[in-house]
Design a protein around this ligand. Structure first.
Ligand code: SP5
Ligand code: ZN
Length: 342
């Protein structure tokens, strides 16, 4: 399969992150994408190609236009305000506050457009976000053009980004963008299978009232795991979307037995939906050695994921999301892809 990759991700580096009362170097760092790219090469997965540049129209099909227009302004406004370090919010419009009046200060706007302090900007961040979006759309076009599968090596990831908010290392929701893009290209139904350790709250929010895009999510139980405020099993979609959002929250310590059983159930529901295309939000932070996660998948389990998805027999686009054990991230991510191609 072809991999789409852009070196522009690397400018999104040196971000700091707020973790339990300390500001630490971000877990979502450039070496993640480089370890994956190196493994794609050493495993001879297939050609690595660069992205085609796109305008932002496809992003505005799933995100609010004012949010997308805000993103490129962040770093220039942060610098103009005299701030240094990673640009991040510090005040958020939660229950009881006004979420409808954008303030006029960049540090306040960062809070207005986010749900945590986990999506921070440095000088190269906007270029990286844009390249990640271009990578996803370029890979989608390969599948639309008749290839059975493709790998969008996106960085930064996307699944925590909602219609008008960022967070959790995510800015533009690449998987949501390409799901809508396939619909706009004539696909009747699209399924998004999110196997990242964390619940894809942004993807769920974007499609919650829609029946034309099925969203299946396997993740750590939000009662005890980030993002905490979405991802419970009783969230099944609303209106036209009733029954088309399916969550599989799982406890800390879940290994292949439990996780694989959830995948099996998700694949059955996906097959019954009979989509024209499957988008896999591919996180490998389910790995036993992941530094921020609590599942216990082993490297030998990742090819099993790919093989099970391949058995659906559907055109499948893999979109990279999380995974922070950088030494093994390439082995695990590419393990899914080689398993798919077995
Ligand atoms: C795309 C993606 O995987 N985003 C994940 C965002 C997670 N942000 C919260 C991380 C909290 C880490 N707390 C545990 C620290 C252990 N030292
Ligand atoms: Zn994750």
């Amino acid at each position: 399969m072809k991999t789409v990759y852009s070196p522009l991700h690397a400018g999104h580096s040196g971000q700091m992150e707020l973790v339990t009362s300390a500001i630490v170097p971000g877990f979502e760092k450039p070496s993640r994408a480089e370890f994956i790219r190196a493994r794609v090469e050493s495993e001879k997965l297939g050609p690595i190609i660069g992205p085609v540049e796109h305008d932002l129209a496809a992003a505005k099909r799933v995100h609010e236009a004012h949010y997308i227009d805000f993103l490129p302004t962040v770093w220039p406004e942060w610098v103009a305000a005299g701030f240094t370090g990673s640009a991040m919010g510090f005040t958020w419009p939660t229950r009881g506050l006004r979420g409808d009046v954008p303030p006029k200060r960049i540090d306040a706007l960062l809070g207005y457009y986010s749900f945590d302090a986990g999506a921070t900007f440095v000088e190269g961040t906007w270029a990286a976000i844009k390249s990640s979006y271009d990578v996803a759309l370029t890979a989608a076009a390969l599948v639309k053009g008749g290839e059975r599968t493709a790998f969008a090596l996106c960085r930064p990831p996307g699944h925590h980004a909602g219609a008008a908010f960022m967070g959790g290392y995510c800015f533009i929701n690449n998987a949501a963008v390409v799901a809508q893009w396939f619909r706009d290209q004539g696909a009747k139904r699209v399924s998004i299978l999110d196997v990242d350790y964390h619940h894809g709250n942004g993807t769920q929010e974007i499609f919650y009232r829609r029946g034309d895009i099925q969203v299946l999510n396997l993740h750590g139980d939000p009662m005890v795991e980030y993002p905490f405020f979405l991802g419970h099993a009783d969230e099944r979609g609303e209106g036209d979307g009733e029954g088309f959002n399916i969550n599989y929250p799982m406890p800390f310590g879940t290994n292949w037995d439990g996780w694989g059983a959830s995948l099996e159930d998700a694949c059955a529901k996906l097959a019954a939906y009979a989509p024209d295309v499957v988008i896999v939000s591919l996180g490998v932070d389910t790995f036993e050695k992941d530094p921020i996660s609590q599942f216990k998948l082993k490297s030998v389990d990742y090819p099993k994921i790919g093989r099970r998805i391949a058995r659906l027999g559907l055109p499948t686009l893999f979109v990279m999301e999380g995974g922070y054990a950088v030494e093994e991230i390439g082995i695990n991510a590419v393990g899914v892809l080689t398993g798919f191609e077995d």
